[in-house]
Design a protein around this ligand. Sequence first.
Ligand SMILES: CC(C)(COP(=O)(O)OP(=O)(O)OC[C@H]1O[C@@H](n2cnc3c(N)ncnc32)[C@H](O)[C@@H]1OP(=O)(O)O)[C@@H](O)C(=O)NCCC(=O)NCCS
Length: 167
Amino acid sequence: MSRPRFRIAQLGKEDRSGFQSDSEPLDRYFRTQVGQDIRRRVAACYIAIHTASNTVAGYYTLSAADIPVTDAPEDMTKRLPRYPTIPAARLGRLAVDKQFRGMGLGGALLYDAVQRVGRSEVAMHAMIVEAKDDAAEAFYRHHGFALYGSAPGLLIAPLKRLLKDGE
Ligand SMILES: CC(C)(COP(=O)(O)OP(=O)(O)OC[C@H]1O[C@@H](n2cnc3c(N)ncnc32)[C@H](O)[C@@H]1OP(=O)(O)O)[C@@H](O)C(=O)NCCC(=O)NCCS
């Protein structure tokens, strides 16, 4: 059987009501709140569409962020100027619908987010994420992120390395 095909696009008027990942808060956010965040320019949202059924199979959000230089891992800061903060892109949310899990879509959405940030004309040194549980943390660690700061579940990776890893 051939692998399912997906295309990634900016969220438009697609039906979001049936989206169901492993995370109820991420589903609720996607169904009810993301539109408002987009209108208010606090998040951008990109989706994977399963082309055969035209359903939303996954999504992620991106926002600008910065982190205190004192929170960043030493191997990141030692080559940076002594500015108080490091510019970053925040991958606020990432979720894949249960029926499309384990097909490489989560990794593909993360890759797409990294490429998108890499193409931005605004300089961002790193990507940051907040893992909501151990499984999410393991997913990001698997993709080269490392814990930073003192709050639990915060992970960071230098954009240059993420771009290189995706080559
Ligand atoms: C985490 C999630 C996005 C992964 O999506 P997915 O499409 O099932 O994952 P993929 O099939 O793309 O997996 C990509 C790679 O990550 C690995 N991976 C997936 N889940 C993993 C986990 N929990 N821990 C470690 N590695 C993981 C896979 O083995 C695969 O490795 P490979 O590229 O070396 O073969 C998905 O399970 C999900 O939506 N979870 C609920 C929401 C959530 O936790 N979001 C993230 C935090 S906000």
